[in-house]
Ligand binder design. Structure first.
Ligand code: PLP
Length: 361
């Protein structure tokens, strides 16, 4: 690739489009004649307000976000939202349901338990999604939380589950903007930026307006969505640079066919890796049930030999494909193929997988 860049399969922070990085570089010293970089601007000045407004408008357009939803640009990562969700939607002693399909939803319920009665409505095996007909949903739950894509296990919901009347709250950190979604199906969508839309530092929360104003009295102002909504995400100094970078990414995606094009590309990329696994006659294995396989995080193993897995990761790195080591809890390899991993990078990986298997089978 240009500038000696590698194919970066990191689970996050992840690669960004070269065109966006070049734009950021060009703007770095002097943003559009303002005489300063975005990092140096007052967040209350007209330049930065214009940057935020455009970022929000472009995200609204990408996801067709209905008018009765607020878009918040917050800090603290998705992990902070694990606490903000119960604090904004329920009182102590209220109940909420969590569908646990892997490490991230487990963390979410763990944090939820500190603030309310968090019920594990279903617990998966980290390889599949528990059959919705077996979910033990609670009457009167203040919300139902699930993780749309388990980044570590590679388990992904292909559509929002039906959960009755309780608002659906979804952690989309690792598949946000990976495909079009029907926002109206959700009460709250949240995602850290650092996989699909920008650098770490900003967390997007999209919340239906009728869910605002329910925060318990003890909720810190910094975690209260109503405060952020009222102040245009500027209760305090926002992560200006990260918001600006996300804005560049949103504009880039809009100019390149929107989320339909992103989805088509992501499907093509995922197919390349899963096909290489399937075509290997058992040399590689995918731990995940076929219907739950993630488009964006693809774990795979070499069941015959942990030593070969080490060799695979080392040789791939030498060939310019980095960060392929699987999470320690799963082992093997994991290819995170987020929105801006180029098709060429995934093709290079799939070719390497075939060649490596042929050499060692
Ligand atoms: N949820 C999911 C699905 C993730 O993949 C991650 C991070 O990898 C998180 C939550 C935590 O996000 P953050 O690091 O922004 O707190």
């Amino acid at each position: 690739q240009s500038h000696g860049r590698v194919f970066n399969f990191s689970a996050g922070p992840a690669c960004l489009p070269a065109a966006v990085l070049e734009q950021a570089q060009a703007d770095l010293l002097n943003w559009q004649g303002s005489g300063m970089s975005v990092m140096e601007m007052s967040h209350r000045g007209k330049e930065f307000i214009a940057i935020t407004d455009k970022a929000e408008a472009d995200l609204r357009s990408l996801l067709s976000i209905p008018d009765n939803y607020k878009v918040l640009f917050l800090q603290g990562g998705a992990s902070t939202q694990f606490a903000a969700i119960p604090l904004n939607l329920a009182e102590e002693g209220d109940k909420a349901d969590y569908v646990v399909t892997g490490a991230w939803s487990k963390k979410a319920i763990g944090e939820g338990k500190r603030f309310l009665l968090a019920n594990a409505a279903a617990t998966g095996d980290n390889k599949s999604i528990p059959d919705p007909s077996t979910w033990n949903l609670t009457e009167g739950a203040k919300y139902v939380h699930y993780c749309a894509n388990e980044t570590i296990g590679g388990v992904e919901f292909k559509a929002p589950p039906s959960v009755g009347d309780a608002p659906l709250v979804v952690d989309m950190s690792s598949n946000f903007c990976a495909r079009p979604v029907d926002v109206s199906k959700y009460g709250v969508i949240y995602a850290g930026a650092q996989k699909n839309i920008g650098p770490a530092g900003v967390t997007i929360v999209i919340v239906r307006e009728d869910l605002l104003g329910r925060a318990r009295a003890s909720t810190p102002a910094m975690l209260d969505w109503s405060v952020a909504a009222k102040d245009g995400s500027m209760y305090n100094t926002p992560p200006c640079w990260s918001i600006y970078m996300c804005g560049l990414v949103f504009a880039h995606v809009l100019a390149n066919g929107g989320l339909e094009a992103v989805e088509a590309n992501n499907e093509k990329k995922a197919k390349l890796v899963y096909d290489a696994v399937e075509a290997s006659n058992g040399f590689y294995a995918s731990p995940v049930a076929r219907e739950a396989r993630s488009l964006t995080n693809v774990p795979f193993t070499i069941p015959s030999s942990p030593d070969l897995e080490k060799a695979f990761i080392a040789e791939a790195a030498q060939a310019g494909m980095v960060q392929l080591k699987g999470h320690r809890s799963v082992g093997g390899m994991r290819a995170s193929i987020y929105n801006f991993m180029p098709l060429e990078g995934v093709q290079t990986l799939a070719d390497f997988m075939r060649e490596f298997a042929a050499r060692h089978a």
